[in-house]
Design a binder for this molecule. Structure first.
Ligand SMILES: NC(=O)c1ccc[n+]([C@@H]2O[C@H](COP(=O)([O-])OP(=O)(O)OC[C@H]3O[C@@H](n4cnc5c(N)ncnc54)[C@H](OP(=O)(O)O)[C@@H]3O)[C@@H](O)[C@H]2O)c1
Length: 258
């Protein structure tokens, strides 16, 4: 299979890395068109895919991703449309447009998927929300799912939920990164080395997430299991509540989604 990419910025490069790691496409079958800043060229030197300068080579691709800024995505699709063969799957990860708008630009012969991924796709541990054109044939949808699932877990959602899905799955890695950094600051101030602190914290978060996914227990129940009466954990939990931790998190989601 040949895969095409328009845009290799933060999200584009994370997906390109994930697709190559998953070996769903070989570097010689991956055609990437970047913008003008040289980001795609630098990535090409590292990953060895086919760098393209115009949309023409996309004719060879059965699946094309677009990962450009939201404001320009429909204009770029208009320019790229003549280079898309019938039955191409177009996966847009750009925000700010609908499946219908992309479909209007591309015509009925192209199958449009609107997906919102997050940066862990680069290590094939992404959380991706996907909305499909309503008339997409089953085999085409399965093929799009196969490609997306190589990057992580995929949930099909109604397109009007993609925005909030993107906030929770796409913005939260930054919230979690700040939480990890703050935990490490606390650990370092109590005497643990910095590098060791980051390693402990990342593994702890991975384990906590795995426990939640595998047991399907309510987060409150998992928390109760760690807090023994009069123990140190409940003292920490009390400090978090006193400092408005829950409200800070809820407000972060609300602000990011506004
Ligand atoms: N970052 C995330 O976590 C995330 C999550 C979900 C969805 N998204 C969505 O994904 C899209 C991209 O986000 P991003 O964070 O990756 O932004 P970004 O880092 O700014 O990347 C956008 C890329 O598009 C390239 N570009 C512009 N015009 C182009 C053209 N004509 N042909 C090919 N490439 C072109 C730019 O290249 P040059 O800079 O070289 O000009 C840039 O590298 C956005 O719509 C965003 O909302 C992002």
């Amino acid at each position: 299979m040949n895969i095409g990419f328009i845009g290799a910025g933060h999200m584009g490069s994370a997906m390109i890395e994930g697709l190559l790691k998953a070996k769903i496409v070989a570097p010689e079958n991956l055609f990437v068109k970047g913008g003008s800043s040289g980001t795609a060229e630098a990535l090409q030197e590292k990953l060895g895919f086919q760098l393209i300068n115009d949309y023409e080579p996309l004719k060879k691709c059965q699946v094309i991703f677009i990962a450009t800024g939201a404001k320009i995505v429909l204009d770029i699709l208009k320019q790229a449309a003549p280079s898309m063969e019938k039955d191409t799957i177009l996966i847009s990860v750009a925000t700010g447009h609908t499946v219908k708008e992309a479909q209007t630009v591309l015509g009925d012969e192209i199958h449009v998927v609107h997906a919102i991924p997050n940066t862990p796709v680069s290590v094939n541990a992404g959380m991706i929300g996907a909305a499909f054109a309503s008339d997409m044939p089953k085999e085409t949808k399965n093929e799009a799912m196969r490609v997306l699932e190589s990057l992580g877990k995929v949930e099909e959602v109604n397109e009007n939920l993609l925005g909030t899905f993107g906030t929770v799955a796409g913005c939260s890695p930054a919230f979690v990164d700040i939480f990890m950094e703050a935990l490490a600051d606390g650990a370092v101030s109590e005497g643990l080395p910095r590098t060791l602190s980051y390693e402990i914290i990342a593994q702890m978060m991975l384990g906590s997430a795995q426990l939640a996914l595998e047991t399907k227990k309510h987060p409150g129940e998992l928390k109760d299991g760690v807090t023994s009466p009069g123990g140190s954990t409940i003292k920490g939990v009390t400090a978090l509540e006193k400092n408005g931790f829950r409200y800070a998190v809820i407000d972060a989601v609300k602000q990011a989604n506004s």
